[in-house]
Write a protein that binds this ligand. Sequence first.
Ligand SMILES: C[S@@+](CC[C@H](N)C(=O)[O-])C[C@H]1O[C@@H](n2cnc3c(N)ncnc32)[C@H](O)[C@@H]1O
Length: 236
Amino acid sequence: MSGKTAGGPATEAKELHDEVVRTNRDFYDRNPEVLAVFNEASDNRGFDAYLRGTLALCLRRIASAQKRPPRILDVGTGQGHLLGFLAEMAPDAEVAGLDVSPGNIARARSRFPNVRLELGDFVRDFEPEGTYDLITAYSVLHHVVDWPGFLDKAARCLAPGGVLYLDHDPLKGLPTNLYARLWRLKHRGDAQAARMEYHALLMGGLDHKAIRRHLGGRFEVEICFPTSACCRRSIN
Ligand SMILES: C[S@@+](CC[C@H](N)C(=O)[O-])C[C@H]1O[C@@H](n2cnc3c(N)ncnc32)[C@H](O)[C@@H]1O
């Protein structure tokens, strides 16, 4: 990782964020099978049934506010794991996906040719055209060093009453060390994968309370399940 810089802690944090974005991009471009296996395992372990149920809940929450087809953005869409569910469960919705990995975006495009798919870092690059009713980020927030910037961007992109759904993140207080150990064992000897350990936010996991504090006032935050946060933007 980069050493001390003349710009101070803010510059260092920005550089670390950018470096982890590059590492994500390179890692997923080099290892496309990682997500293919993750997505398949999700189905086999019954996670997909849970995911469908939770997405149905999110869609119900935004339904009452709708006077037009809902607009949905899947951030860190990978190879489009959530896009298939969303397209099927909300056929009238305008669904879009975003990811930093060109390889993942290419795969998602080939699976979902009718979905708008964009390449870029949600925190630094993404400028919304209009607002979204639902933003989903499944197994993504713990890949992002500037997670407060991520939440701020989500708040900016959501319509009042819109829902932010975050899930499948290692959270502080859960056995994140075990998660980190498994990751290390699986990718032993791979320097790039080792750097991806930053994706677990230096093994500390994400902090519910910090997320709640950061969003407080702008969102009614519900921590629904052990690893998920479903946040509805306050209507003001
Ligand atoms: C563990 S994968 C999850 C992919 C997908 N959501 C799924 O459920 O299969 C994390 C994804 O987040 C993407 N990602 C990481 N940081 C990102 C950022 N700052 N902006 C957009 N995508 C990002 C990675 O490239 C990767 O595809």
